[in-house]
Design a protein around this ligand. Structure first.
Ligand SMILES: Nc1nc2c(ncn2[C@@H]2O[C@H](COP(=O)(O)OP(=O)(O)O)[C@@H](O)[C@H]2O)c(=O)[nH]1
Ligand SMILES: [Mg+2]
Length: 490
């Protein structure tokens, strides 16, 4: 079923298509815009070179589909879509015509690779990979080569996708990986944010403090250290309106956990049973771990464990096994939670997936706006005004903008957690917003929604509210009123 935002966007697009029925080129651009509303949400992974983008994408998909480390194909923007069988093609536009050529997917080595044949990255505009994965059914993931002050060429490809010279970004949402917070990141985030969210605040950007295990030099408390860093970055980025949330994640540990093999579990278990003295000594460094004569697992297998999990991952996994974790499934789940990827998945669900319709409608309308404002025919002025009204009045997007600023602006307010919930920060179903079980009957939901609307309206009128608080409470009241409408008897 299509929600009101997408239907309204499509109506405006089809009116534009009528207005421009005589102009072939523009008609095509409008048709592309309509097509975009029918495609899955596009989430791009961006950040500096080697930030861990491809590894994190793989961890979220639960399969190794994006090549990592710097080979030729990692210099190209790669789109991952759902398909019934694996496929990969390279696209190139030449004299206005798009040409495709096959790319070989090679899983024979230690790492996945795409072979481009005699082509180099500069001969290609993008690679499109089709993959049978459930996680790609509702979202398309875009791996980018990243930003680098050293490689202008590579940065430019990412910039062309996310911040093209004209018009909105090709992605609807961005996961931005940071290791430090430098000027390049801030400038780029500001630029991406202005394309995704417009003037009115952050929309569709989640920051990740990446390779979080390395922040505490691989010590078991590394994630705690990474969380402090994430909180510091979050304070800066959220208060500057550049991000909706920031979380620390170790993509490496998350990927190893999601693809954990029984043989790895058995090896880790064997090592966890070695007497503490020898084991702790062997775990002091990656080098000691692979060379130690005291471990009952072949050195090649240990070296493979180190590659897949890193020092931190191996130490944490062994810690879990000593604490009584008894199966590969249980270990994988414990590592996933510890890696931070569960928190990221939740943020992506709340901020991107559950808002997919609003975000896609928003991108399509921004594209339409660009088309209408650059080639005017009779009637465009009025349509443009309607597009602008539609962009400004989407309550779902307003909720996202308020949610992004709650932590910073209202952290001291006692009911900030209720506010977050009613705005959809813990899920967008009426029950999630009201904090009741999912089977709650409609008449109870309606009554609770009415109470909630009254409560937030009255909070909004408090004379001591600052402007942000007043606007946030008004938004909450509108959200609750929306629930009353949704739950109204037919
Ligand atoms: N320790 C650690 N290494 C990582 C992590 N994520 C990626 N790496 C390693 O960093 C290198 C670059 O990763 P890659 O995903 O290709 O980065 P990209 O250039 O941003 O796509 C690879 O050798 C990865 O194994 C992580 O979370 N922790
Ligand atoms: Mg990469």
């Amino acid at each position: 079923m299509t929600g009101p935002q997408l239907s309204h966007a499509r109506e405006l697009i089809s009116e534009a298509s009528r207005l421009y029925r005589g102009s072939i080129g523009i008609k095509q651009a409008i048709a592309d815009c309509d097509e975009r509303t029918r495609q899955p949400l596009r989430i791009a992974f961006s950040g500096s070179l080697k930030a861990g983008k491809s590894t994190l994408l793989n961890a979220l998909v639960g399969d190794e589909i994006a090549p990592s480390d710097a080979t030729e194909c990692t210099k190209v923007v790669t789109w991952y879509r759902h398909a019934h069988a694996p496929s990969a093609v390279a696209w190139r536009e030449s004299e206005g015509v798009s040409e495709s050529s096959p790319v070989i997917i090679d899983r024979s080595g230690r790492n996945l690779a795409f072979h481009l044949g005699s082509r180099t990255a500069s001969d290609i505009d993008c690679i499109e990979v089709g993959w049978p994965s459930e996680s790609l059914e509702k979202t398309m993931l875009i791996d980018t080569p990243g930003m680098s002050s050293l490689s202008h060429d590579v940065s430019e490809r990412t910039a062309r996708l996310l911040t093209p010279e004209r018009g909105p970004s090709e992605a609807d949402a961005v996961v931005y990986l940071l290791r430090t917070l430098n000027d390049t990141d801030i400038r780029f985030l500001r630029e991406v944010g202005s394309r995704l969210g417009g003037e009115t605040g952050p929309l569709g950007i989640i920051g990740v403090v990446a390779r979080a295990d390395e922040i505490g030099a691989g010590r078991p408390d590394a994630m705690g250290a990474a969380r402090d860093v994430a909180d510091r970055f979050a304070a800066e980025l959220e208060s500057a309106g550049l991000c909706q949330a920031v979380v620390p994640v170790s993509g490496l540990v998350a990927l190893a956990a999601r693809t954990l093999r029984e043989s790895e579990f058995a090896d880790l278990q064997r090592i966890s049973r070695v007497p503490a003295g020898d084991r702790d000594l062997a775990l002091l460094s990656a080098d000691r771990f692979t060379r130690s004569p005291d471990l009952p697992v072949a050195p090649e297998a240990r070296s493979a464990l180190m590659n897949r999990f890193g020092v931190f991952g191996v130490r944490v996994a062994i810690g879990f096994l000593q604490d009584g974790v008894a199966s590969a499934n249980e270990l994988a789940q414990a590592l996933l939670t510890h890696s931070g990827v569960d928190d990221l998945t939740e943020l992506i669900a709340v901020h991107f997936r559950q808002r997919s319709e609003e975000l896609r409608a928003h991108s399509a309308l921004l594209t339409l706006r660009e088309i209408l404002s650059t080639s005017q025919v009779s009637g465009t002025g009025e349509l443009l005004a309607r597009v602008d009204r539609s962009l400004a009045s989407d309550h779902g997007l307003e909720e996202l903008r308020v949610l992004a600023r709650l932590k910073n602006k209202l952290s001291g307010v006692p009911d900030v957690s209720d506010l977050k919930r009613i705005l959809g920060g813990r899920g967008t179903s009426p029950q999630a917003r009201l904090g009741v079980p999912s089977g709650t009957p409609p008449d109870v939901v309606r009554q609770l929604a009415r109470d909630s609307a009254l409560r937030w309206r009255s909070r909004a009128q408090h004379p001591l509210n600052d402007p942000f608080a007043a606007a946030a409470y008004r938004s909450a009241a509108r959200s609750a009123e929306g629930l009353m409408e949704d739950a109204a008897p037919l």
